[in-house]
Design a protein around this ligand. Sequence first.
Ligand SMILES: NC(=O)c1ccc[n+]([C@@H]2O[C@H](COP(=O)([O-])OP(=O)(O)OC[C@H]3O[C@@H](n4cnc5c(N)ncnc54)[C@H](OP(=O)(O)O)[C@@H]3O)[C@@H](O)[C@H]2O)c1
Length: 326
Amino acid sequence: MRYRRLGPSGLQLSELSLGSWVTYHNQVDVDAAVEMLAAAFDAGINFFDNAEAYALGKSEEVMGQALRRLGWARDSYVVSTKFYWGLVREGCTVNRRNTLNRKYLMQAIDGSLRRFGLDHVDLVYCHRPDPHTPIEETVGAMSDMIRQGKALYWGTSEWSADEIRAAWHIADRHHLHKPVMEQPEYHLLHRQRVEKDYARLYEDIGLGLTTWSPLASGLLTGKYREGVPAGSRASMDSMAFLRDRLTDARRNEAVAQLAPIAAELGGTLAQLAIAWITKNPRVSTVITGASKLSQLQENLGALAVADRLTPEVMARIDAITAPLAQ
Ligand SMILES: NC(=O)c1ccc[n+]([C@@H]2O[C@H](COP(=O)([O-])OP(=O)(O)OC[C@H]3O[C@@H](n4cnc5c(N)ncnc54)[C@H](OP(=O)(O)O)[C@@H]3O)[C@@H](O)[C@H]2O)c1
């Protein structure tokens, strides 16, 4: 495993990390989480991503229980959470969901720490921008979380370049803790934000990236070329909104064209897709996902494939995928 600095911070994250969206509580119980976290940790992964909204808090509980069972030293791993959607779905939800107001954020961090059974998380993200709360208020609350020792670094997820820059300048002007990382979707078929919109932020504020959905929810493994396989993410009722994108004929045709390149490199499509992301030096860590141990083990092989991605191979991959990428 190789490690990269998280943006301008001194924190080093493993090039590959592991997240819990969709999987924890739904597909991965505490026993499976223990097994997969252990395999990841043994391979050198030191960052585990989570969010309040994942399985409505249950994902944090599963990860917390697994971490307790594993008994790792707290200084040996990095864990995150994210806030925006809230946990309340019924009754009066005002101030409790789809917000980054101070009241929600300060109470949300306490709830997450309780579910994890931890006294702090390392990284905390604003999971989406909130156009209804002044950015000053959100920056103040995130900075206070850090001052109180409940989180160590903060960042954003799917914020526009302007919003990130505004937050950074507010923090700078008021001597508050600045955002150090963004968590954007980034993979072969989704590139605009990372490669174009954020381009100036890397030099200007040193923005780090912890990127998500490296396999486009599984599309880039080739598993959706013949439709939706039983037991896959797209087969889940709660994930039905992904089906059209995952079975899109043009995207699956591009994946088919990548297959011989993966084979030439002695790897799989999943490994090729993940390896491609690691070639972008702006990426601090690629957050992978897996519903099974065997997937995690396969995906870890991406690091070896990355060493074989020459500029010539990168150009061939680009020719196939760039025309379809958003
Ligand atoms: N900030 C945000 O808004 C945001 C949004 C999404 C995700 N994330 C983070 O990013 C992490 C990764 O995202 P993701 O889960 O969407 O990543 P992904 O790599 O695009 O998709 C992972 C899923 O693809 C399938 N898969 C993985 N490896 C495979 C393999 N080798 N062969 C066949 N199928 C394989 C599995 O689903 P099945 O087996 O069920 O098909 C797995 O759960 C999340 O856990 C979360 O921490 C953040």
